[in-house]
Ligand binder design. Structure first.
Ligand code: 6R9
Length: 645
């Protein structure tokens, strides 16, 4: 592992909100007296009724309860839109860059206010009230942000489903939170190719009985779509019918803002619930300090709003701060592999936040497509989603940032609502591959297999000892699962599911998941989800899925499949199974390798020994460990002899 160190550049120490001395002072205060610290920083958003209580949290595994600012009231859209009208009504809130480079537009805070208010009135007209859930299945178009903020405005809880998910996955999520309204587009556009969103949503809705009463459809491409009279309505027609005046609904700090489904190590995806007050305070504060966002900066996060990064760092954090946030519909290599940098130059982007998988794929195309662009406006780079390997970090720093832009490697999760471990560009020296130090109020600890807290330089599992305002509050409809998943492994602590190393400087190096969650191009995938899709195929009797190192994706999906008696494990079947999983879950879940296996390595009690399957997938036959407890040790020889990939 690289231990190269990049000191904080002098100009950053001077310009940044937080330098090292300030970081140390504020961090010490944030953990020694969280009440006082957050009482002060909770004021960064506007409250309708100010809070008098700050922190009321318990990590007791049988009684987890997390409340922040619990007697305060506010509204998220009030903070992201209305409060900027007086000071920056004509400032651009959202720069939208379409898939096609000729297609872009700018939306000011005034325009955003009108769009959000109108659509909020549409939701009301369709019977959406405070506490109702709304499912959003949209491409990266401004309407996605309008829809999120309109839900917040009327007190509805949105659940965004990534546009790459299949009808089945969408159906499960609509059912999970019983949305009577679904918002989609006729088609999405990515890399010049059309994505049949409306057709997918129609298929999903058909699977959910009579839950969905209204489907609101944005006309994006004008492509032909099926229409269900009485249920389907056009966004542009409905917004034209209503007034542009819609006062924000007063919400309690602890009222839910959104649900976002995410993969865990077992079972179906969980509905992670985030609430109004604490989430917004945390998203806004991290956005300002981690990206050192100053008025007038142009900020671009390349995530999709279907993931938590899009929620916190395209929409809520930046807009709460009155920022100009860029939203990009397309992909990094269309129409050319220079697209990211062309967009940076076109809009004068100062702060650029992307994922290691994108960096690695661009790296593969060499330096020339980057170097032929100017990028002179870039000041700061960010990384999120998976560990960034030092080679990719160095390339990002040297080629993209021309050795002048610090990189903030931000570690966090859907569950954490905002960034927990990260450098601050004016305060933290950088080590390629390390997420460095905790943000204010965050108390990471490293524990050993028995749950003992390890001090000093060490390696182990990462837990967080106490709550922070952006933390998820519960699993939608299943508080028991919330307690069980996150607080029972190391009772009294939040278990992240990640392993990490802490070095002599107290810097954290995230080493990846230690549970059965794999991270494919920064997208979380439960191996159990892929397995259940595979065994749903009539030819499959058993399947076991593991992750393995993949040069571009970080991790690839390796599936071991046992076929039913009498079925031939042919090349056609292999292809069919890959297509099947794509259809069942979505393209991001496509197995990279399918290996037919007459038997899986199991203990005598019938438990699949994934440790062995992982080693074989990783090509590490020499270190299989003890296989003597297997019911039939000879299956291992067959697995090795027929290794795929
Ligand atoms: C924000 C987001 C969370 C998992 C997390 C970890 C991995 C995210 C990382 C990182 C190393 C970073 N992860 N950022 N690992 N360094 N900077 O990605 O949320 O989709 O819920 O994934 O991603 O394994 O546990 P989510």
């Amino acid at each position: 592992m690289s231990e190269k160190v990049y000191p904080v550049p002098a100009e950053w120490e001077n310009r940044a909100f937080i330098n090292d001395a300030k970081y140390k002072e504020l961090y010490a205060k944030s953990v020694s007296d969280p009440e006082a610290f957050w009482a002060e920083h909770g004021k960064r958003i506007d409250w309708i009724k100010p809070f008098t209580k700050v922190k009321h949290t318990s990590f007791d595994p049988h009684n987890v309860s997390i409340k922040w600012f619990e007697d305060g009231t506010t509204n998220v859209s009030l903070n992201c839109v209305d409060r900027h009208l007086a000071t920056r009504g004509d400032q651009v809130a959202i720069i939208w860059e379409g898939d096609n480079p000729d297609d872009s537009k700018k939306i000011t805070y005034k325009q955003l206010h009108e769009e959000v208010s109108r659509f909020a009135n549409v939701l009301k007209a369709k019977g959406v009230a405070k506490g109702d859930t709304v499912t959003i299945y949209l491409p990266m178009i401004p309407e996605a942000a309008y829809a999120m903020l309109a839900c917040a405005r009327v007190g509805a809880v949105h659940s965004i489903v990534f546009g790459g998910f299949s009808p089945d996955s969408l159906a499960g999520r609509i059912e999970g939170c019983k949305s009577k309204v679904v918002i989609t587009a006729d088609e999405g556009l990515r890399g010049g190719r059309k994505v049949p969103l409306k057709a997918n949503a129609d298929a999903a809705i058909a699977k959910t009985g009579d839950i969905v009463k209204t489907q609101i459809v944005v006309k994006r491409t004008g492509g032909k779509v099926a229409w269900s009279e009485g249920r389907d309505v056009w966004w542009h027609e409905e917004t034209a019918k209503v007034s542009a005046d819609c006062p924000p609904t007063e919400m309690n700090a602890e009222d839910p803002l959104f649900i976002l489904y995410t993969s865990g190590s077992t079972g179906a995806p969980k509905g992670v619930v985030h609430c109004t007050g604490g989430y917004l305070v945390y998203a806004a504060m991290t956005h300002q300090y981690v990206f050192d966002y100053h008025d007038g900066d142009i900020y671009w996060c390349t995530a999709d709003v279907g993931w938590v990064t899009g929620h916190s760092y395209i929409v809520y954090g930046p807009l709460a701060n009155g920022a100009t946030t860029l939203m990009f519909e397309g992909i990094p290599n269309y129409p050319s592999i220079s697209r990211f940098w062309d967009v940076v130059d076109k809009h004068g982007v100062n702060i650029f936040y992307t994922a290691p998988t994108a960096i690695r794929s661009l790296m593969g195309a060499g330096e020339e497509p980057v170097k032929k662009t100017s990028r002179k406006t870039l000041r700061l780079l960010g990384s999120v989603g998976e560990p960034i390997n030092p080679e990719a970090w160095e390339w990002y720093h040297r080629v993209v940032g021309e050795d002048r832009c610090p990189i903030v490697d931000t570690w966090w999760q859907t569950e954490t609502g905002g960034i927990l471990i990260t450098p601050l560009p004016g305060a933290t020296k950088l080590k390629p591959g390390s997420a460095t130090r905790p943000f204010f109020g965050v108390q990471p600890q490293v524990v050993d297999a028995n749950g003992g807290v390890i001090e000093g330089p060490c390696e182990g599992n990462l837990v967080i000892a106490d709550s922070w305002p952006g933390q998820m509050r519960t699993v939608y409809g299943d508080h028991e699962r919330f307690q069980q998943t996150y607080f029972s492994t190391y009772p009294g602590k939040y278990f992240t599911g990640d392993g990490c190393r802490r070095d002599a400087d107290g810097f954290y190096w995230i080493t990846g998941r230690v549970d059965d969650v794999i991270n494919v191009s920064g997208h979380r995938m439960g191996t159990a989800e892929v397995e259940s899709a595979l065994v749903a195929h009539p030819a499959v009797s058993e399947a076991a899925v593991v992750g393995y190192p993949h040069d571009l994706k970080g991790q690839g999906i390796y599936a071991y499949v046992t076929v039913m008696e009498g079925i031939e494990p042919t090349e056609e079947l292999r292809k069919e199974l890959v297509a099947w999983v794509r259809k069942e879950i979505g393209p991001i879940a496509s197995p990279d390798v399918v290996q037919f296996a007459p038997g899986l390595p199991k203990t005598r009690s019938g438990k699949i020994m994934r440790r062995i399957l992982r080693k074989i997938a990783e090509n590490e036959f020499g270190s299989l460990g003890d296989t003597s407890t297997l019911a039939d040790p000879t299956v291992v020889d067959d697995l090795i002899a027929n290794r795929g990939g």
